[in-house]
Design a protein around this ligand. Structure first.
Ligand code: ADP
Ligand code: MG
Length: 244
């Protein structure tokens, strides 16, 4: 019986109701509950907890702004042998998020950078953690607009909240210096605290073309790379699979 009392007490705690094992035992005694009614109670409470967690994850998924949902189980690793499948599967256990580490995915268009970045963010959501997706161009615009409208503090705070921030497509647009400085501010604020997954079709050595300043590029890359796994994908485009 004591296992059932403990189970009920633990599930109630996870639901946000503090009720100790001995209090559960007391109620069970008052109601002259037998094993089967306690089992029913435990089962119903764990179903309630599962439903609550599902709702939380669905809400987090909606707020993540992930444009197209992608999962690792639809990623064909045999098509892209330059990717170390074991490394990606290890990252999918989201230890890097707990450690506040970054992931940098570099490769030509269509090689699967966004797919992997989004899949890892989805794993984070599955664990009830916050993820947020934004392209580098939209991030630069969001920060520049916020600064112009005196909302920078609020927008920065909102970009600090996600446990995993996916910044996709570094290199598609070149940023002006003011925007690059704001991006640096955000990357510095998240440094060693919260993870960033960044994808780029440019090698890090060419990021100065994106940020428009060697000095800024150096400090941005420095902070991003310090605690990061850099994954270089050298394969062909999946979009062109079977077409050429
Ligand atoms: P990138 O961001 O590197 O340009 P994407 O991740 O957007 O490329 O990939 C382009 C498309 O091809 C997406 O629909 C993605 O899901 C798919 N894709 C890419 N690589 C693979 C792969 N190895 N297995 C399955 N689908 C893939
Ligand atoms: Mg992409």
């Amino acid at each position: 019986m004591s296992d059932l009392y403990a189970g009920i007490s633990n599930t109630l705690n996870a639901l946000g109701v503090k009720l100790e094992e001995k209090e559960v035992a007391e109620v069970a005694k008052q109601c002259k509950s037998d094993g089967s009614s306690l089992m029913l109670t435990e089962k119903l409470l764990s179903m309630a907890l599962d439903r609550k967690r599902e709702r939380t994850v669905a809400t987090l998924r909606k707020f993540s702004r992930i444009p197209v949902h992608k999962r690792l189980d639809t990623f064909d690793f045999s098509f892209q042998p330059s990717i170390d499948e074991q490394q990606i599967r290890r990252l999918a256990t989201i230890g890097f998020i707990h450690a506040g580490e970054n992931i940098i995915l570099i490769g030509d268009p269509g090689c699967g950078k966004s797919h992997i970045a989004i899949s890892l963010a989805e794993e984070c959501l599955d664990h009830g953690m916050r993820a947020y997706y934004i392209t580098m161009s939209d991030l630069a615009l969001k920060l520049s607009d916020a600064k112009r409208d005196n909302r920078l503090k609020r927008v920065m705070a909102s970009l600090m909240r996600p446990d995993c921030l996916v910044i996709d497509e570094l290199g598609y647009d070149h940023l002006d210096i003011d925007a690059s400085e704001l991006v640096f501010k955000l990357i510095s604020a998240r440094y060693e605290r919260k993870s960033i997954i960044i994808t780029s079709n440019y090698p890090i050595s060419r990021w100065n073309e994106v940020f428009g300043s060697d000095a800024l590029t150096q400090v941005i890359a420095d902070r991003l790379v310090h605690h990061a796994e850099v994954i270089r994908i050298t394969g062909k485009s999946y979009r062109l699979k079977g077409r050429i």
